[in-house]
Design a protein around this ligand. Structure first.
Ligand SMILES: Cc1cc2nc3c(=O)[nH]c(=O)nc-3n(C[C@H](O)[C@H](O)[C@H](O)COP(=O)(O)OP(=O)(O)OC[C@H]3O[C@@H](n4cnc5c(N)ncnc54)[C@H](O)[C@@H]3O)c2cc1C
Length: 428
């Protein structure tokens, strides 16, 4: 097997990895697992060894599988990506969000009155958020992981099962290999097999909605403005990308969404234009749109014996505020801070006391954010006139309260609460 390097992976242990006891075995090399592995490799005491296992091939070329999402990353996530060395490569293609406009009206309304805007509050400081294309984040993160000597990559392969004892965890891979480590991290996404194997139950439900994502080019510049139209079927977001381009996150009722995806491109662009409006001139699709099923999920525990859950394996939220990955990055920053402090004391990073500290730090915060997203989706995704009157009154009141708006901008940037040091741009 060729962990990490350019040689093709064959699924067997080589002489450098046989008998190694890793500090951490990270199952899942998505955005969250990849960032966690890099953060440990760069920030933990010298000599740390990490195994990163991912079910997917770790493509670094632009020809890899396409992910059409534009990801809104908070200033706090940007600070973490900076600390692990990813931001310099991402920044030329990251578009700062300069202002936000929120509207709430039915699709056929002739006017879309603007109820809430964030403009002056955002211009006062550094941008609270940036838009980065998911394909770009995959490419930059995978290249950095492949170049990192402290990380052995096992991909494509997957952790199928694991067992623990007082000293270590053994992860059994689909290829037949077994890896040993002090700690196993489940970063294996919403349908986490490791969460299931650990017997951790979760609370959750599917939304009767899909999230359609697409990248569009338009005639006029967006000036960094993000727009959120609350429509009865779900929120429709226009998020600024570099150049005269925007990323669309279009929440639609499941059946209608499937019809749109199965129909012609012309019909799709026609419906898209009805929602997008004509403010930025004519629009064209850059690539075929993609659709994602949407669900709420919250693990009842974020830890088990020598196991920590991070990212969507621990919590999945509605994408209406673009927070899912940002919440996952808070897990990364909190877990890395906990691990590094434990290592410096010479203690066991997989011990129950270490993991409890991580869980106390992250579980309530994640549950709170997930519940707020769920509540907003329920409040706005309907066509009830009395509810519209109440929420529009609320939006109007917030719009007239500059202090509250500044607080909301800081909250959205991930700068409030018990923030891990890496998210504040501080060293460990
Ligand atoms: C439409 C849409 C728009 C979104 N927009 C935003 C946004 O603007 N901002 C934001 O912050 N968030 C956004 N999100 C949420 C964000 O995409 C997710 O929160 C994030 O991708 C979760 O990352 P993850 O690494 O935890 O999981 P995943 O991305 O699901 O990665 C899991 C990884 O684990 C691997 N894997 C699975 N099983 C195993 C196994 N047994 N062993 C080894 N590897 C395994 C998979 O191959 C995969 O690479 C959006 C989501 C959707 C659906």
């Amino acid at each position: 097997m060729a962990p990490r390097s350019a040689l093709p992976y064959t699924g067997s242990m080589n002489t450098q990895t046989k008998g190694v006891v890793y500090d951490a075995i990270v199952a899942g090399g998505g955005f969250v697992g990849g960032t966690l592995a890099l953060a440990l490799a760069k920030l933990a005491p010298e000599g740390v060894r990490i195994a990163l296992v991912d079910a997917a091939r770790q493509e670094v070329s632009a020809n890899g599988p396409k992910d059409a999402r534009g990801l809104a990353l908070t200033a706090a996530t940007k600070a973490l990506l900076d600390a692990v060395g990813l931001w310099p490569a991402l920044s030329p293609n990251a578009e700062p969000v300069r202002s936000i406009e929120i509207t709430d009206s039915p699709l056929n309304a002739s006017l879309r009155p603007h109820f809430l805007g964030f403009d002056d509050e955002m211009e006062a400081g550094d941008p609270g958020a940036y838009l980065v294309e998911a394909g770009e984040l995959h490419r930059v993160a995978r290249a950095a992981v492949a170049a990192e000597k402290a990380i052995d990559v096992f991909a494509p392969d997957s952790v199928d099962d694991f067992e623990t004892d007082a000293f270590c965890v053994r992860a059994h891979l689909a290829s037949g290999a077994t890896l040993q480590g002090r700690l196993l991290v489940a970063a294996d996404g919403r349908r986490s097999k490791l969460r299931e194997r650990a017997g951790i139950k979760s609370i959750g439900w599917s939304y009767p909605q899909v999230g359609i994502v697409a990248t569009v080019a338009h005639e006029r510049p967006h000036h960094g403005k993000a727009v959120q139209h609350f429509l009865p079927a779900g929120p429709f977001a226009i998020l600024p990308l570099t150049g005269n381009r925007s990323s669309i996150v279009w929440t639609e009722e499941t059946e209608r969404g499937q019809e749109l995806m199965a129909g012609s491109e012309e019909a799709f662009v026609g419906e898209l234009t009805r929602r997008f409006g004509h403010r930025l001139g004519a629009i064209t699709l850059e690539a075929p749109p993609q659709s994602f099923p949407l669900a709420f999920q919250m693990a009842r525990s974020f830890v088990a014996d020598r196991l920590a859950l991070v990212g969507d394996a621990a919590h999945a939220v509605h994408p209406l505020a673009g927070q899912g990955l940002n919440i996952g990055m808070r897990d990364v920053a909190a877990l890395v801070e906990t691990i590094v402090e434990t290592q410096r004391l010479g203690l066991d990073i997989g011990a129950g006391t270490t993991l409890e500290r991580y869980q106390r730090w992250r579980r309530f915060d994640s549950a709170f954010s997930a519940t707020v997203m769920d509540g907003l989706n329920r409040l706005f995704s309907n066509d009830s006139a009395p509810l519209r009157a109440i929420r529009d009154l609320g939006l109007g009141l917030v719009d007239r309260a500059p202090g509250l708006k500044r607080f909301l901008v800081r909250e959205a940037a991930g700068a409030t609460g018990d923030v891990p040091r890496l998210l504040k741009g501080e060293g460990l």
